[in-house]
Ligand binder design. Structure first.
Ligand code: ZN
Length: 236
């Protein structure tokens, strides 16, 4: 009897670790292409990179230049940089689609709310050590430029923000301080140390040149990566 029980437990553990699920994924035979769900394969990560906006949500814009495309380009570069340094990074959006399209579990009417809850849901699901959301800024009054890192009002988030802000400041010749925010839904609901990185201003000419050039995007991604690496080295 005892042996049978042991075999049963072993079988259950084997099935669980093999990731066998029931009922099977309903998306398989719906006939239309589902967004890539690479994150389901990874139960934990060092850094969850959130490429801000996507799909019908373009974020801010300058003519035909859309924030969502810049965010995705920088997020992809950041992903590769972190991976190349042995950091287990996960990117929550690999193409141009809205995360609210994937969100079938939050009954909220507002697409924006569903989008945000999906982003937060992913960070719970993945159990990320850090949450980094990539965005582009826009100022109602011109003249503003440079990076701004927003963080959850909590110690580790503030330290992460300080490292990333400092790194981006040095790249862009600025001396701005990061800012805590109690208002942002995303930051308050994510449990891991979290920052929203406003990489630069789209309506600032010099910033825009950097944001829209390959070289500029690479340098921004490098600065963010070194900020994250510094945090990982120094923070408890
Ligand atoms: Zn944004």
């Amino acid at each position: 009897m005892r042996r049978v029980l042991l075999v049963l437990i072993a079988a259950v553990m084997l099935i669980a670790t093999a990731g066998w699920t029931y009922p099977p994924n309903k998306d398989i035979d719906t006939g239309h292409a589902a967004p890539p769900d690479i994150y389901w394969a990874i139960p934990s990560a060092d850094v969850l990179i959130d490429a801000g906006h996507g799909g019908i949500d373009g974020g801010t814009h300058w003519g035909h230049i859309l924030e969502k495309d810049i965010n995705l380009a920088i997020a992809r570069k950041l992903y590769l940089l972190l991976r190349s340094q042995g950091v287990r990074a996960v990117l929550n959006r690999t193409g141009d689609y809205a995360l609210s399209d994937e969100n079938r579990w939050h009954a909220a009417r507002s697409r924006h709310r569903r989008d945000l809850s999906q982003r937060r849901g992913l960070s719970d699901e993945i159990d990320a050590a850090l949450f980094v959301s990539i965005h582009v800024n826009w100022a109602a009054r011109g003249g503003k430029g440079g990076p701004l890192v927003l963080h959850r009002n909590e110690g580790r988030s503030a330290i992460l923000a300080a490292f990333v802000q400092d790194s981006l400041n040095r790249l862009q010749g600025r001396s701005r301080l990061p800012r805590g925010s109690a208002k942002l839904y995303l930051l308050n609901r994510v449990k891991a140390p979290s920052v929203i990185i406003e990489t630069a201003f789209l309506n600032n000419t010099a910033d825009r040149e950097m944001l829209t050039s390959r070289r500029g995007q690479t340098r921004i991604a490098e600065a963010i990566a070194s900020g994250i690496m510094a945090y990982r080295y120094f923070a408890p």
